[in-house]
Design a protein around this ligand. Sequence first.
Ligand SMILES: Cc1ncc(COP(=O)(O)O)c(C=O)c1O
Length: 361
Amino acid sequence: MNLPAPDYILAIQPYEPGKPCEELEREYGISDSVKLASNENPLGPSPMAAAAVSRCLKSLHRYPDATGYRLTRQLAAKLGVAPANIVLGNGSDDLIGMLARVFLQPGDEVLIPKPSFLMYDITVRAAGAVPVYSPLRQLVIDLEDLAKRLSPKTRMVFITNPHNPTGSVVTRAALDSFLAAMPAGVVVVLDEAYVEFVQDPHSPDGRAYLDENRLLVALRTFSKAYGLAGLRIGYGIMPQAVAELIHRIRQPFNTNTLAQAAACAALADSEHLAQTLKAVHDGLAYLQEGLRRMHVHYFPTEANFFLIDLERDAAAVNQKLLRQGVIVRPMGGYGYPHFLRVNVGLPSENERFLKALAVAL
Ligand SMILES: Cc1ncc(COP(=O)(O)O)c(C=O)c1O
């Protein structure tokens, strides 16, 4: 069929999500699989969020609150910013898309560390803009290299902190110098999808950069530490002028009633968040100790996932894990054919992974 789409759309490769358990179980005729591939919260959603969703069910015939009034105010109070500095999104993916629609034109350049979360590349290409890649240095975003790639066409820069897929962080000092060197008119997107898991005191906090004169947007999500990936809700912290631009093009009902209610409840459930952080940090220590005993190399992380270097073809090992019902993320597509990315699961899931890996190796 002759598709009248621009070449830059026809060239896009679709995003490959982590394999769902049901799909693996269908394919291999197995049951009881575990998924440690999408950096989800192993504990599930907050019970308070689940109850809030139930309470909303009777009002599903109504449109959502297009302004997200309650959630925006609750977030603003918690984050110490003004409600006008917050924009809600249908996941942070939605915010990445809206930022691209507001700021990018065909031919603009966007600096992206490589490898990175693949939606940056897809979203930039969908706008007809040109991704300009900066290789990581020892699995950390190389801010000096990123800055060297600035050109008069640069319109946007993505920095993920902690980075996906490595779990590494940049220091506040390095980010400060990078931002000081940014020309006016370049939008810095600081993606903090995993910020709640960070323990390194030198890692920056995007809120600190909120300044009405600085083109910086910090993105956060309820999909990871808050366990609401299935509901799709995230937010951006940004200067009011940027928020106002996004509101011009935002679909009025981009975040749904259930997601808004669940996010409000999850935000209030500090105990669930504390339990999540404990489960992740204890689980990381357990997994890494197990790998050390198996003499398998892994990299440090500030997120709820980490990279493992198998020093051999990880795709083959991944196949053996899948046959045992364990789903992780092989990193061949990210340029690391020997690596697996694994997120922390429940203690029983972590144990399953280590045992399956021992068999696979
Ligand atoms: C770095 C990064 N940013 C954004 C997202 C998207 O999150 P959301 O579920 O809020 O769209 C992810 C999800 O994996 C991610 O890893």
